[in-house]
Design a protein around this ligand. Structure first.
Ligand SMILES: Cc1cc2nc3c(=O)[nH]c(=O)nc-3n(C[C@H](O)[C@H](O)[C@H](O)COP(=O)(O)OP(=O)(O)OC[C@H]3O[C@@H](n4cnc5c(N)ncnc54)[C@H](O)[C@@H]3O)c2cc1C
Length: 569
């Protein structure tokens, strides 16, 4: 079953729901008018459907392998990557100063979604480069920028992100990799990193590792961490890949999914690196990269969900089983299968709207410099990441269910989406950590950004009452309930917030999802948009109430159940 990029669906969301046209009215994104956007989306769709999607199975069936210290990628991946690089896609949102197109992150988010729907394993390579490009643009010296950015943007070289160590996962501050200054201004980097995505490969000429490490005088914890550029091949005086650096791939991880993405254990053995940003300022620089990647990973979940939905829909139209209340016995006409497909479609719409709204907020923040856009984007980022990836798992699991037994059989491809999606709630900060970010750092303003966003939801619902009284009333009430819960939340201890964080994040996503569905319904009150909105608002939105009960349950009852209780019979 081929993947088809949802061009019309994204156009609809951008134009009719999310107010994307505001971007082209700013000086920063004046180039991103309707014509350019249309051309970009059409071309991107062609690449994803025609070039990348056909590689998805081969990546799964023939994983990347380590041969004499060199990683060989899956059949066809080299050509797929070449098409991405030659199309200029790595530089879509990068600065024109170094060869980028300077287009909105919103379009970049669409790109990440569609490429992931087509072939998640391959998409990870450009995703990591994008994050590195952004981190260098903001934090690197001009010398590093001039040397690395043009090559990363053209795709000649690729980027990685080296945070994780065996004892330092979510707690990055526990890392032990060392950086010792040398007389020539470079640093000797020594340590082991695990789980490094696309840590080596044969699709481009050089691999540029951004590595977190501690200087000899670095304080314990995150405050003492610095960031270093450590290339696999050290550039010579002309900037060409030269001498091999003292780093190597020790092994490749064997994974549940994304088999085509090489996940490397890396050993840095006094490798030469150059500092990016300030001494002990590594986390700030890395956050730039991680914020970009968080929205990108949210988009990955949505992309896989879209692909799984398309797959399941095609199967349900074709497969006949039993007698159905209408139609010719195709399973799409059984009420429960219709429910699954409706929920899948409604979920993808909502999660995509959240991610693209986050992209627009980031772009507006950049274009206007306004703190209110910045705060809106910061609030939406953990929701976009965690909810987008949760939906990736849930929708791809439903996709397996729609296929019945054939869903469990690898040949249909439904199982691959489910396996591939499962990593997305884990990496780039687990979804638990995202939720803690939402109820912690993102509420340090006393909930102001959240209240402003909820006001938008309520104002829109209020205005919709005349045309869609029932749907609008439900959305307004849900926003009001979430507002009260937010007022409660900001007054609680960190432990109580954290115990309810995941429930709160999902409740927020439910309310936002209903808001975008309501906006879509208003464009088409008697048509399919309104019917899909009803599915979301009647069936999925009510979940927010039980989630908010969980939020208020607090930490004490959880800790009252002791670790010994968990082991007792
Ligand atoms: C396929 C793959 C690719 C990856 N790619 C990269 C990469 O390119 N670069 C890189 O640096 N890393 C990468 N990672 C690492 C990834 O980011 C980490 O696995 C992830 O951050 C979680 O860390 P951990 O595995 O040590 O789990 P842990 O931190 O041990 O977490 C285990 C559980 O405890 C929870 N937990 C931990 N701390 C807290 C806390 N303070 N409060 C509440 N709950 C908590 C977590 O949410 C999780 O449920 C990759 C991992 C995989 C599997």
């Amino acid at each position: 079953m081929p993947y088809a990029s949802p061009v019309a669906e994204v156009r609809f969301l951008l134009d009719k729901v999310l107010g994307y046209d505001r971007l082209a009215q700013t000086a920063t994104f004046a180039e991103a008018g309707a014509e350019t956007t249309e051309a970009i989306l059409t071309e991107l769709g062609r690449l994803c459907d025609g070039v990348l999607a056909p590689l998805n199975r081969s990546g799964d069936l023939t994983p990347a392998r380590l041969e004499n210290g060199i990683v060989r990628t899956s059949p066809g991946f080299k050509d797929g990557y070449k098409a991405i690089a030659e199309g200029g896609w790595l530089g879509l949102a990068a600065t024109p100063d170094h060869g980028g197109m300077g287009l909105p992150l919103t379009l970049n988010t669409v790109m990440n979604e569609w490429m992931s729907g087509a072939c998640l394993s391959l998409q990870l390579c450009p995703l990591l480069s994008q994050g590195q490009i952004e981190a260098l643009e903001h934090h690197a010296s001009d010398t590093i920028k001039d040397l690395y950015l043009p090559r990363l943007i053209s795709g000649e070289w690729t980027g990685t992100m080296n945070l994780t160590e065996p004892q330092a996962g979510s707690d990055v501050g526990a890392l032990r990799t060392k950086a010792e200054p040398r007389a020539d201004g470079s640093f000797a980097i020594t340590g082991q990193k695990i789980f490094i995505t696309w840590g080596d490969h044969d699709v481009a000429d050089n691999v540029c590792h951004l590595v977190l490490a501690r200087l000899p005088d670095g304080a314990p914890g995150t405050r003492g961490i610095s960031l270093f550029m450590v290339p696999k091949l050290i550039p010579d005086a002309q900037g060409n890949p030269g001498e091999r650096n003292a780093l190597r791939v020790v092994s490749l991880e064997h994974k549940l999914g994304i088999h085509g993405s090489p996940t490397c254990v890396m050993s840095f053995e006094g490798a030469t690196g150059w500092m990016v940003g300030k001494p002990h300022g590594g986390m700030a620089a890395m956050f730039t990269m991680m914020n970009n990647a968080r929205l990108g990973v949210g988009a990955q979940g949505i992309g896989v969900a879209e692909a799984a939905y398309q797959h399941a829909l095609a199967y349900a139209r074709d497969r006949k089983q039993g007698r159905t209340p209408l139609g010719d016995g195709a399973i799409i006409d059984h009420a429960d299968v219709r429910r699954m497909l409706a929920v899948m479609k409604a979920e993808v719409f909502a999660a995509r709207a959240i991610a693209l709204d986050c992209g627009i907020s980031l772009d507006m923040a950049r274009a206007t410099g306004k703190g209110s856009w910045q705060a809106r984007a910061a609030l939406l980022t953990p929701i976009a990441k965690a909810h987008g990836t949760d939906i990736g798992c849930e929708v791809s699991s439903m996709g397996v269910q729609v296929h019945g037994g054939m869903g469990f059989i690898e040949e249909t491809g439904a199982a691959q989406y489910f396996r591939d999606a499962r990593i997305t709630p884990i990496y780039e900060g687990t979804n638990g950590i995202q939720a803690m970010d939402l109820v912690g750092r993102k509420m340090m303003d006393g909930g102001e950004a959240a209240f402003r966003l909820l006001q938008e939801v309520e104002d829109n619902a209020e205005a919709a009452r005349a045309e869609a009284p029932d749907l609008a009333g439900k959305v307004w009430e849900a926003a009001e309930t979430l507002r009260e819960a937010t007022e409660w939340l900001v007054a609680q201890s960190a432990d109580d917030r954290n115990a309810g964080a995941v429930a709160y994040l999902r409740a927020f996503a439910r309310v936002l999802g209903a808001h975008y569905h309501l906006k879509a319904a208003l464009t088409d009150p008697a048509g399919p948009r309104a019917r899909l909105a009803r599915v979301f608002i009647d069936r999925l939105l009510p979940e927010h109430e039980s989630l908010l009960v969980q939020l208020r349950a607090g930490a004490a009852a959880l800790y009252a159940l002791t670790a010994e209780d968990l082991e007792s019979a």
